[in-house]
Design a protein around this ligand. Structure first.
Ligand code: SF4
Length: 219
């Protein structure tokens, strides 16, 4: 019997779009399992695996980054690489227990460009973000965090609009239907890229200050 042709996807995927994959009665476990087989955009082709969000089912805080990095792609868990370790330290300094935080990304597969033996992070484009977004929206609906924190410009602009400027609006809470309190700060990887120790320390202090504002919301 002839196979039904697969409709081409705007982001180059060859599987059904995410909304068609979502179950009628989603749970985080069900959705995480389904996301393992996602082919809604082309990013699955070169990545090792889907890296879905992790954390308590009813976490009070959800942190949303851009996409898994090299270490996360290999491990299959979000925020376990160098940026994740820096995030751990910052959360600790801010008085937020990471074990009580749900961490995830706007895009669930690692996008990179090969350079020799290394895989260099590449920014996901609008079509890839749009293709993946229903996974994140489902996570937000199921976890219902009290505070949602976008980490970096990609997450902030995907969730708060293109005009959101992390450099100017970081640490402020903005009205949003996504959660009762919504804010944004930098992505921890930007602190790792600071040109010298002094600016790295300064950026870390600012990051922790933003996270302390989140901690204050939880009291
Ligand atoms: S990046 Fe998102 S939409 Fe694209 S294949 Fe991976 S899980 Fe699916």
């Amino acid at each position: 019997m002839a196979k039904t042709p697969v409709t081409p996807r705007p982001a180059g995927g060859d599987g059904p779009p995410v909304p068609e994959m979502l179950p009628e009665r989603p749970t985080i476990t069900k959705v995480r399992d389904l996301a393992k087989g996602c082919r809604a955009c082309h990013l699955y082709k070169n990545a090792t695996q889907t890296v879905f969000g992790e954390g308590p089912r009813k976490a009070e805080v959800m942190l949303v980054g851009e996409q898994p990095g090299d270490a996360e792609d290999l491990a299959g868990h979000p925020f376990v690489g160098p940026a994740g370790k820096l995030l751990d330290r910052a959360l600790d300094e801010a008085g937020i227990d990471r074990r009580l935080v749900y961490v995830t990304n706007v895009v669930k597969h690692f996008k990179f460009e090969p350079r020799g033996k290394r895989r260099i992070h590449a920014k996901p484009n609008t079509a890839e973000i749009a293709a993946c977004r229903p996974w994140l929206e489902t996570e937000i609906v199921l976890v219902k965090p009290r505070v949602l924190v976008c980490l970096g410009a990609t997450a902030a602009q995907a969730l708060l609009g293109k005009s959101f400027k992390v450099s100017q609006q970081r640490g402020t809470f903005v009205p949003s239907s996504l959660a009762p309190r919504v804010t944004a700060t930098v992505h921890p990887s930007s602190i790792l890229r600071a040109p010298d120790d002094e600016s790295r320390h300064t950026e870390m202090r600012r990051f922790v200050a933003d996270l302390r504002r989140v901690a204050a919301e939880l009291k």
